[in-house]
Design a protein around this ligand. Structure first.
Ligand SMILES: [Zn+2]
Ligand SMILES: [Zn+2]
Ligand SMILES: [Zn+2]
Length: 329
């Protein structure tokens, strides 16, 4: 993905003397495909719409708008594209099917957002307790596209081998491409999921590998599919969940348990605040997290003490349990 309009990302350190983060990786916005991973789809295999000009956000008129509708539940507040007229994401629970090279519509179509690249200003800064992080260099509205989780695209089997080594070093940039929608979507095409994939940003990646974890994140990854060729391998697009103020750190949940509804997020914060007053908030237990032994320092009222899904939790909010220490959703 070229990013012709992306402002440069400044690097700042007011904490210690490190001039910049360790530049131990190849910088790219693309997925570098490893052994056993299908090649990027040819243009001729993509499916697109036949709209002229900008696509109408109406399922009867545009095949791409229809695709964006098909996995949404009966009860929905919006129709057509997941983007509004400003290119901001309106719903976070569904994969995005963007118009692509096989579509006849114009470049200015509302359903072309991530493919035009980042537009908001960001900076990378050293934090007190959590290494380097990504911060907003301007006010950013909710639903804004930030960037892609790029890296090496691996089969699950290869990722597992690497994960063991990374765990020995207490570092992990693996993100399982494990979205709930994939199976549902393949079922609509009478296909079964044969192979799972993982993106590894350890050696190859972009600024998004510096996003820190938060138990109350202000951004999340939404899968974005182009042209239908491999819904198993979406583009992992970061979008802001809440409006972000200039100077705030931008975070996402490595656990993938993000609450996408803004009111539900508010309600959960209120519940946890009340709990804290009662002295029942869990505290981080360093050493209790198994393979990757990093207590969470997100500092949010929702902090669960760990950054990874490493087993059961005694919390009322606990969702999936698992031994998996990779980033996933
Ligand atoms: Zn269209
Ligand atoms: Zn279009
Ligand atoms: Zn289209």
């Amino acid at each position: 993905m070229d990013e012709p309009e992306a402002p440069p990302i400044d690097i700042k350190n007011e904490v210690d003397n490190d001039p910049c983060p360790p530049w131990e990786f190849l910088y790219t916005n693309l997925l570098v495909r490893g052994d056993g991973v299908p090649k990027a789809p040819e243009k001729s295999t993509l499916k697109g719409c036949s709209c002229i000009g900008g696509c109408p956000s109406d399922s009867d008129m545009c095949e791409c708008a229809a695709k964006n509708m098909q996995l949404r539940s009966e009860v929905r507040t919006t129709t057509g594209f997941l983007y509004d007229s400003e290119g901001r994401l309106r719903e976070f629970d569904h994969p995005i099917f963007e118009c692509n090279d096989a579509c006849a519509c114009a470049e200015y179509c509302n359903n072309r957002v991530t493919q035009k690249g980042r537009r908001c200003a960001l900076e990378i800064r050293k934090t007190e307790k959590r290494g380097w992080g990504v911060f907003a260099a301007e006010d950013i509205p909710s639903g804004t596209y930030l960037g892609v989780y790029s890296g090496e695209l691996l089969t699950d089997e290869e990722a597992e081998v690497r994960g063991k080594t990374y765990n020995d070093y207490n570092r992990n940039y693996l993100f399982d491409v494990d979205f709930r929608y994939i199976k549902d979507y393949l079922a609509t095409q009478r296909r079964k999921l044969k192979q799972r994939y993982t993106v590894d940003a350890m050696h190859v990646g972009c600024f998004t590998r510096f996003f820190n974890h938060s138990c109350d994140p202000n951004s999340m990854i939404v899968p974005c599919v182009f042209g239908d060729a491999y819904p198993e391998i979406p583009y992992l697009a970061f979008f802001t969940l809440d409006p972000i103020t200039k100077g705030d750190e931008i975070t996402f949940s490595y656990k993938g348990d993000t609450i996408t509804n803004a009111q539900e997020r508010q309600a959960k914060r209120a519940r946890y605040k009340a709990k804290k007053l009662l002295g029942k908030k869990k505290t981080a237990k360093p050493g209790a997290f198994g393979k990757i032994d990093v207590p969470c320092e997100c500092g949010s009222v929702l902090c669960e003490g760990s950054m990874w899904n490493l087993g059961s939790s005694d919390d009322e909010e606990s969702g999936e349990e698992g031994e998996d220490s990779d980033r996933s959703m």
